[in-house]
Design a protein around this ligand. Structure first.
Ligand SMILES: [Zn+2]
Length: 428
């Protein structure tokens, strides 16, 4: 799809935040209603949005306004990523540099993650539900990000579980600490809650063995162990988030009663039906497997393995279709920070991948804007482009409604002022 360069969509002459601006837009997105206002009028100043409607604004609002006609522009609220690893730079695909980055002390890790959270915000993603880190970075950042919310120079809010919880010696040690450090699942959960965890993250399974095209390791936690995690988590009023792929481990996680299944590769139709009956949420994360195909050369994957990866993604798309037919709640998480998945850009890609897999593009986009925070961070303030709200939103090419990767070209406005994007992509 050919689209115009950003400068032709949002000109550099856009007011930097002092006076009133009247934008005549091609589209303005209402994510809750899953619809766009066509040929919409958006009037704002640094104090907030004065008018957002298909109807023209009253003349007294626009008497001294800078007026811009932007027929190829879409205004939309900032997004929310349902699954990230804020302490990791997903765009770093060099294995040695990736390892070295992870071996740093908590201090530098936190500093880099903070810069990353700012960069993510400036890309148009306002909050992240993190999948955990073992160095306290996510938790430290969550208090900083929350405190910074009133500052002009903001960062993405981080909802962190602290360290994930895994079985000693099994997959997950780079973002988790083992359950064996505690006398019981309940004590382990209590320790996370005491640290200020926003949710609890468990690792019931390993990851896909890409060379074999299957999950080959046995599950880490039994159904009963997961049930114990769930009961303890619920007692603290929190959500239980489960990293699970492969039929056996997914089965344990579903029957153990987790609130969200992350990844869920190789999930069966029968398992989806149980999820529906138990109101469990699925976060499919297409991007990390898609990126294994994109970076196949660097990973050393040959044609046979790339074939496995394509087959896995096709199966995942089929499961997505079944889940949509069944009415399962599906949310959007990129797994940004995992190998090859940059923050923010990875979320845009995940939305596009969901649309390629069969979810209508507008629906996938609206879930990332509206449903993700509603279900995963209900205390987060609402985020709509309506009169009375803060003038903080994205201006993107209208083509982003069909291909969310176009959001990477967006201009982010914070309180009416376009944010100058520094050289931030290397941080993502
Ligand atoms: Zn993850």
């Amino acid at each position: 799809m050919k689209t115009k360069p950003l400068a032709e969509i949002v000109p550099a002459s856009l007011d930097t935040g002092s006076g009133t601006v009247w934008l005549q837009l091609g589209q303005l997105l209402d994510a809750a209603k899953r619809r766009c206002h066509h040929n919409a009028h958006l009037v704002y100043d640094s104090n907030g949005i004065l008018h957002a409607s298909e109807a023209p604004p009253p003349p007294e609002l626009t008497r001294a306004a800078q007026t811009l006609n932007l027929p190829d522009a879409l205004a939309l609220p900032l997004l929310f990523d349902g699954h990230t690893h804020i302490n990791l730079c997903g765009g770093e695909t060099d294995a040695q540099r990736r390892n070295a980055a992870q071996l740093q002390e908590p201090g530098p890790l936190l500093e880099q993650a903070q810069e990353r959270a700012r960069a993510i915000f400036h890309m148009g993603v306002r909050a992240l539900r993190d999948g955990g880190d073992k160095d306290g970075v996510g938790l430290a950042l969550s208090s900083k990000a929350n405190a910074s919310n009133t500052e002009a120079f903001r960062m993405a809010r981080v909802f962190s579980p602290g360290p994930g919880i895994h079985r000693r010696g099994r997959y997950g040690s780079f973002f988790s600490t083992p359950v064996e450090a505690f006398a019981s699942e309940a004590d382990c959960v209590a320790s996370r809650a005491a640290l200020g965890a926003a949710h609890i993250k468990i690792v019931p399974t390993g990851i896909i063995n890409f060379a074999k095209g299957a999950v080959t390791a046995k599950p880490q936690f039994s159904r009963d162990e997961i049930r114990a995690f769930k009961e303890a988590t619920a007692a603290h009023g929190l959500h239980l988030m489960a990293h699970a792929s492969g039929e056996d481990g997914i089965g344990n996680a579903i029957q153990g009663g987790v609130d969200t299944i992350e990844h869920g590769y190789f999930i069966t139709r029968e398992q989806l039906a149980i999820m529906r009956d138990q109101n469990q949420i699925w976060v499919p994360t297409f991007a990390p497997v898609h990126r294994q195909i994109i970076h196949a050369d660097e990973m050393g994957w040959d044609d046979a393995i790339v074939g496995n990866l394509r087959r896995i993604l096709d199966g995942h798309a089929k499961s997505l279709g079944q889940a949509m037919d069944m009415g399962i709640e599906i949310l959007i998480g990129s797994d940004a920070g995992s190998y090859g998945v940059p923050h923010a850009i990875g979320l845009f890609e995940e939305i596009w991948l969901m649309s390629q897999a069969g979810m209508p593009a507008l629906e996938a986009l609206c879930r990332a804007i509206h449903d993700n925070p509603l279900r995963l961070a209900p205390k987060l303030e609402p985020n709509t482009i309506t009169a009375g709200r803060e003038a903080t939103f994205l201006l993107a090419p209208t083509a982003a409604l069909k291909d969310a990767r176009e959001l990477a070209k967006a201009t982010v406005l914070v309180r009416g002022a376009p944010v100058q994007q520094p050289e931030i992509r290397g941080l993502l």
